[in-house]
Design a binder for this molecule. Structure first.
Ligand code: AHR
Length: 326
């Protein structure tokens, strides 16, 4: 499988040109038929997190009318069946291309085959699928496993030498980031004194993270938990609320590591309530739009485009917070 790494966030637009060898925006009238805007159906997961809001905004900006697109947007409220139905609807509408941020990895074979049979190219953004890569043209997103490894290596370095009881707030069950972030972290802490005592899904939402953390605190008590690994910032922010309500100090009595680096997460990190954040860049719109344009223009595209992530301690977060775009 071809892989291309795209590094650096400030340069994302310029890198899109390097990666896809295209002008980045579509010419009006450059659709499959050459007589109007490019009609693109975008099947978004839902609106579960701050990351997702930033991703949706990035996609809507890139697939705008000014850039020559006619975007049909669907957010499936994290219901995999509803997302597949939305893709089927795009096929029936005869869109020029389909972009999907797949809620879960499995279950895509049939509908992707239907899109292929209809001659409609599919580009995946953000999350991956388990279906054969013959069924989609390209994917652009983040290396979720590496995010987990980075978070786990920091945990191992900071806490791995002393007995540390850890609970995990997992993302959506069956999603690529939940699977890969768990796997990467577990690999990185193997052989250390960090012990995973519990792990449950908080569905990538703040409410979900809060409720699951309340359950963990009820079961193990404040003194029975040393570390929280949250698969995203929103769940970490929910956990902070639960820990404070239990009379303890997040970031001190119970350490927290999370992933995303959205604004609210970074502010909590600077406040000392989160101890470490691994970034997951949501600004994928311009890259995805460039890939769609190239595919429709019959240009060669890579099967996989990885965007690299950074990671932040509180001090590093304080240095960059004013220049963050999301
Ligand atoms: O797929 C990316 C993940 O989905 C983000 O980490 C999370 O916040 C989002 O909802």
């Amino acid at each position: 499988m071809n892989k291309r790494i795209l590094a650096g966030f400030a340069l994302l637009g310029a890198l899109a040109l390097t990666a896809t060898g295209c002008a980045g925006t579509a010419e009006p009238g450059a659709d499959g038929d050459g007589d109007g805007p490019i009609k693109v159906g975008f099947a978004q997961t839902g609106s579960e997190s701050g990351w997702r809001s930033a991703n949706t905004e990035s996609m809507k900006t890139a697939f705008s009318a000014e850039n020559g697109f006619d975007l049909v947007f669907n957010a499936a409220d994290n219901d995999p069946a509803a997302q597949i139905a939305a893709v089927r609807d795009f096929i029936n509408q005869g869109v020029d291309a389909i972009v999907i941020a797949p809620i879960v990895t499995d279950g895509w074979d049939d509908v992707l085959q239907e899109a292929k049979d209809a001659g409609i190219p599919v580009v995946l953004e953000d999350r991956t699928v388990s279906a054969s890569d013959d069924l989609f043209a390209s994917w652009v997103g983040l290396d979720f496993k590496k995010e987990g490894v980075t978070a786990g290596e920091w945990a191992a370095e900071q806490y791995g030498d002393t007995a540390t009881k850890m609970v995990v707030l997992e993302g959506t069950t069956g999603s690529a980031p939940a699977n890969d972030r768990a796997e990467g972290f577990d690999e990185a802490i193997a052989g250390t004194q960090i012990e995973k005592i519990d792990s449950q899904t908080g569905e990538f939402t703040r409410d979900g993270g809060k409720k699951v953390m309340e359950g963990f605190l009820g079961k193990y008590g404040v003194d029975g938990i040393d570390l929280v690994y949250a698969h995203n910032d929103d769940m970490a922010l929910g956990a902070i609320e639960a820990i404070e309500a239990a009379g303890a100090k997040p970031g001190e009595d119970i350490k927290i590591i999370s992933i995303d680096a959205v604004k609210d997460g970074m502010l909590a990190l600077i406040d000392g309530k989160i101890n470490y954040i691994v970034e997951c860049n949501p600004l994928l719109g311009e890259l995805a739009a460039g890939i769609v344009k190239d595919v429709l223009d019959d240009k060669t595209v890579e099967k996989t485009y990885f965007v690299t992530d950074q990671s932040f301690t509180p001090e590093q977060a304080a240095e960059v917070i004013d220049s963050r775009l999301y």
